[in-house]
Design a binder for this molecule. Structure first.
Ligand SMILES: [Fe+2]
Ligand SMILES: [Fe+2]
Length: 142
């Protein structure tokens, strides 16, 4: 499991969403790396893409709401990173739909998704928890 408990922000809804994102990205990578024929992987690839398009938006919205609720000063900067990621997922999805030879695109997407998720959750999202703690508003107490 790529998820680490140290990634927790102490905000149950957000932590659950992060765990779900890690779980889904991890199984997506397992599918991508498996020895099955590409054709056999397509249903799961499609499913993951649809999930990501929906769930990433939902998660970002909830996390941004939380940031606003604690007056997080890095909100605008953080939202821009989220918006860029949503755009990236949408672009990949569009490219995927428009082309029939998608294996390289999806391998690239899987790798970038994982790197982004780890970097973002372990660094940028942690700053929200640091701020909440400093202000005595630790997520656990909310
Ligand atoms: Fe997050
Ligand atoms: Fe975030």
């Amino acid at each position: 499991m790529l998820w680490k408990d140290e990634y927790e922000l102490g905000v149950p809804v957000i932590d659950a969403q992060h765990k779900e994102l890690f779980r889904r990205v991890e199984s997506f990578l397992q599918v991508l790396r498996s020895k099955d024929r590409w054709e056999d992987k397509i249903p799961q690839i499609n499913e993951t893409l649809e999930f990501m398009k929906r769930y990433v938006v939902e998660h970002f919205r909830d996390e941004e709401e939380y940031q606003k609720s604690i007056n997080y000063p890095g909100y605008k900067y953080h939202k821009q990173i989220h918006d860029d990621m949503v755009q990236y997922v949408q672009e990949v999805s569009k490219q995927y739909e428009q082309s029939s030879d998608n294996e390289d695109l999806m391998q690239q997407f899987g790798g970038r998704l994982l790197a982004w998720l780890i970097n973002h959750v372990a660094a940028e999202d942690q700053l929200i928890a640091d701020y909440a703690k400093k202000k005595g508003m630790s997520g656990n107490d909310r």
